[in-house]
Design a protein around this ligand. Structure first.
Ligand code: NAD
Length: 486
């Protein structure tokens, strides 16, 4: 997997580790310094088709779907134990691949553990539902069964975390699967699959391919052999996959982008609001689907609030994620930085006022990495593309409001509906606003937290499924009604 062990195969198909069938590989770059982190196998469409066929065969032979719930749960618990054992190693892999700080990577891996533990427990307490049909001779039951073969496609920003939100419930439900991490950051998923093999996942149940989505996409999605595609990534890719899948009436669950408002009323606690508006947008250099990129602040405090944000943003320490002094790392790649630079140029040309950032850092030690300064645009309005489009980088836009109704209108004025923050000391107003906002997760006087036990997902163009919580397991299940005339 790493450059010094490039002979180790990285594709896992039908319980065997194999190289790409055409010998293709991809170099992975550490975004903090431009060095090569690893060289990994790059699957071909035939390899992806072979992985789907292996998952199909493993499902159709019936052994894994029929494995008692207790055994499936025990497997998830063993995986969680091994994740805990390898937590530090996995965290370092994640930091080298994504650039995020080690502190963030450690939190991610702890969250991965909690997802496996949650579904290990939940799957055991699920039960059939008895239905009273008004006839004592009839026993009517609704039972849950695994949906079948799942294709699990993940993005690069939370590599192992996002794919574990899919693998854990799919395994718990008794599905078989093909996992495809982002080609930009596959290393933690490769390490994870080795660990799942060690935990005893049966051959063919969990298959792994990595490589370009554009190249492998059709082999994974344009096929009648797949029963569910669970995708997390951008809106354009999610739309493409949904169209392809519709031809086979394949179920699709998509978790897409966000342009998330963070609404601050004048009575909100000042210190925590400044802190969380900053971390809400600049954590992981803004490469977070639920980043609070759109500050909507009450006019009476706006000048002072933005001035303080700008002062604090200038002091955020950037650096290699492995350096404990770094508060934020680089963008994931030079290409991602190019996109952010284009967005900043667009914001300026649209007439937004650049308050801070808008450039690469000048420190010599940061020149080899894809770093970009935390950037704030004031005097924005809803018609600007910089306000409406997901930038996926360290850019905060500021809009002002004077009434509660205005704040709600602006908070809902987006094609997305993933997450939002509301800050006020007035509990009744807080409740009114959170209920009026059309977003899948809303934080009231907090920002960014989630738990494996509560559903995650988007309204509107942020998606159509749910991950985590009981609904995150239900995505991987079919319901069967059994009418038994005794
Ligand atoms: P992306 O859409 O470019 O890629 C996501 C995955 O899809 C990758 O594995 C890629 O290889 C694959 N892919 C690309 N084309 C494909 C095709 N035609 N068929 C099948 N697979 C294909 O997204 P990205 O740049 O990796 O990630 C960033 C996006 O992910 C942002 O929009 C972000 O908001 C979103 N995201 C959403 C959530 C959420 O919970 N809603 C979480 C994390 C990231």
């Amino acid at each position: 997997m790493s450059s010094d062990e490039s002979s180790t195969p990285d594709l896992y198909i039908g319980g065997t580790w194999v190289h790409a069938s055409d010998g293709g590989t991809r170099e992975l770059i550490n975004p903090a310094d431009g060095s090569v982190v690893a060289v990994v196998d790059e699957a071909t469409p035939d390899d992806a088709a072979a992985a789907v066929a292996a998952a199909r065969a493993a499902f159709d032979d019936g052994a894994w779907p029929a494995t008692p719930v207790g055994e499936r749960s025990a497997l998830l618990s063993r995986i969680a134990d091994l994740l805990e054992r390898d937590k530090e190693k996995l965290s370092r892999i994640e930091t080298a691949d994504t650039g995020k700080t080690l502190v963030e990577s450690r939190i991610d891996i702890e969250d991965v553990v909690s997802v496996f533990r949650f579904y290990a427990q939940l799957v055991q307490v699920e039960s059939d539902r008895l239905v009273d049909v008004g006839n004592p001779a009839v026993i009517s039951r609704v039972v849950r069964e695994p949906i079948g073969v799942c294709v699990l496609i993940a993005p690069w920003n939370y590599p192992l975390l996002q794919i574990s939100w899919k693998i854990a419930p799919a395994l718990a439900a008794g599905c078989t699967m093909v996992a495809k991490p982002s080609e930009v950051t596959p290393l933690s998923t490769i390490a994870f699959v080795r660990l799942a093999e060690e935990a005893g996942v049966p051959p063919g149940v969990l298959n792994l391919v990595q490589g370009s989505g554009a190249v492998l996409g059709n082999a994974l999605t344009d096929t009648p052999d797949v029963d569910l595609i669970s995708f997390t990534g951008g809106l354009a890719t999610g739309t493409t996959i949904s169209k392809v899948a519709a031809q086979h009436v394949t179920k699709v669950a998509v978790e897409l982008g966000g342009k998330n408002p963070h609404i601050v009323f004048a009575d909100a606690d000042w210190e925590s609001s400044v802190d969380q508006v900053l971390t809400g947008v600049f954590l992981h250099s803004g490469q977070v689907c639920s980043a609070g990129t759109r500050l909507i602040v009450e006019e009476s405090i706006a000048d002072r609030f933005v001035a303080e944000l700008a002062e604090r943003a200038k002091k955020i320490r950037m650096g290699d994620g492995l350096d404990p002094a770094s508060e934020t790392g680089p963008l994931v790649s030079q290409q991602q930085r190019d996109k952010i630079e284009a967005f900043v140029a667009m914001g300026i040309s649209e007439g937004a006022e650049l308050v801070v950032g808008g450039a690469r850092p000048s420190e010599p030690e940061l020149q080899k990495g894809s770093f970009y300064l935390p950037t704030i645009f004031d005097k924005c309005d809803r018609t600007m593309r910089i306000v409406q489009e997901e930038t996926f980088g360290p850019i905060l836009t500021v809009e002002r409001f004077t009434t509660e109704a205005d704040a709600i209108r602006l908070g809902n004025d987006t094609q997305f509906g993933l997450a939002a923050g509301v800050r006020t000391a007035d509990a009744a107003r807080g409740e009114r606003v959170v209920r009026a906002l059309r977003h899948g997760t809303i934080w009231l006087n907090d920002f960014g937290y989630y738990t494996a036990a509560a559903e995650w997902g988007g309204f509107k163009k942020s998606g159509n499924g749910r991950e985590l919580g009981p609904a995150g397991l239900a995505e991987y299940q079919e319901l069967k009604h059994i009418w038994h005339n005794t």
